[in-house]
Design a protein around this ligand. Structure first.
Ligand code: GLY
Length: 372
């Protein structure tokens, strides 16, 4: 593979700018690709026990071939790993390895690994560099880019964390071949998000190309990752700390996080699945409030359904859930300001907006209908 097979996007953040490299076979070339951004040729790779058997050897070999010294730490796979307990154990293992401020952490895995490793990097020795090597579609198109890092607490998802940018993102599209369909679909929900937010042409492209992309078309996958990362890089460059426009990337997430919290973080509901259901809820509420016409609402849900994404509560174990419990989760959202919840609503596909003007009654009615 030649360097020209690699597409490079830049996240423009002044002295914290970095590249996102997208292409096939990047893990095997990680040594040469990472070397220019390492302060010293020493890294600690952190991965999980699902990903380690697949890619840890290849990544280690490539780094060693580029004369980079490596250590590796493997943590359990799954959302429960984004915890205070793992943060403590991981940072202590790093201190045991005598990491220095010039040692770089490499997050090899999906969103859980990226978020945990990024946050650990932000607090260990008051901040050491890290690189993202995302191995799920969801992590490649969303969570590895933009510097949101963190862990879950019993009060909800991602409520403890930091904005802390990586030095490089290596999105190797070849790894998507080993993802099971459910994981791939969960990532596709975040790809769709970019169309729903402000890019109706991209949504239309996905209506045509979504199925072959999910079916394994490598070229289409690469295009989708590139378009998604390009959109994300632009938003992050404009609003790194989510004072405004970046909140649009949370379309479907306020509902989705409540569903995840109520499901427990045991793998019953994947983040992307929760986002798909949450997006259907956001379209439904927008439609009920007369903001979005029925045609766009129907089109959005129809496409998600047609590829196999969940768009209602039928796959959830929700029979004992209550409106109050879901409202309680949503009231802990990071976008709550002065007690008022912020929502991302839509005026149609590609026409999202931020609002604090959603009445509690309307929300409660929506939740009651979805629960019934
Ligand atoms: N995943 C949403 C964001 O990075 O802002």
């Amino acid at each position: 593979m030649t360097a020209s097979n690699i597409s490079t996007l830049r996240v423009d953040l002044g002295d914290r700018s970095y590249d996102i490299k997208v292409g096939s076979g990047l893990i095997e070339r990680a040594g040469e690709l990472m070397a220019p951004v390492l302060a010293r040729p020493r890294v600690v790779i952190i991965t999980d026990d699902n990903v380690a058997p697949l890619y840890l050897d290849a990544l280690t070999k490539s780094l060693n071939a580029a004369h980079v010294q490596t250590d590796a730490i493997t943590v359990p796979a799954g959302e429960q790993t984004k915890s205070f307990a793992q943060l403590e154990s991981l940072s202590e293992k790093l201190l045991e390895l005598k990491v220095e401020r010039t040692t770089t952490l490499v997050a090899l895995g999906g969103g859980v690994i990226g978020d945990l490793v990024g946050f650990t990097a932000s607090v260990t020795l008051r901040g050491i560099p890290f690189i993202q090597v995302p191995t799920t579609l969801l992590a490649q198109v969303d969570s590895s880019v933009g510097g949101k890092t963190g862990i879950n607490t019993r009060f909800g998802k991602n409520l403890v964390g930091a904005f802390y940018q990586p030095k490089l993102v290596l999105a190797d599209t070849e790894v998507l071949n080993t993802l099971d369909r459910r994981q791939l679909l969960a990532g596709y929900a975040e790809v769709l998000k970019y169309g729903f937010i402000d890019d109706p042409d991209f949504f239309e492209w996905l209506e045509i190309n979504g199925k072959p992309l999910l079916g394994g078309d490598i070229g289409l996958r690469r295009e989708a990752v590139l378009s998604s990362c390009g959109a994300k890089a632009r938003v992050v460059a404009e609003d790194e700390f989510e004072k405004g426009k970046r909140a649009l990337l949370n379309l479907g997430h306020t509902f989705g996080h409540a569903l995840e919290a109520e499901s427990g973080y045991g793998g019953g509901l994947l983040h992307g699945e929760a986002v798909a259901i949450g997006t259907a809820m956001a379209f439904d509420l927008s439609h009920k409030l007369g903001l979005c016409d029925g045609q766009d609402f129907g089109r959005a849900v129809a496409h998600m359904k047609s590829v196999g994404l969940p768009t209602d509560f039928s796959t959830l174990n929700a029979k004992d859930w209550t409106v109050d419990a879901l409202m309680n989760h949503m009231s802990r959202d990071k976008k709550v300001e002065g007690g008022t919840m912020t929502f991302i609503m839509v005026k149609g596909i590609g026409k999202s907006f931020i609002t604090q003007d959603i009445r509690e009654d309307d929300l409660r009615q929506l939740l009651a209908r979805w629960l019934s």
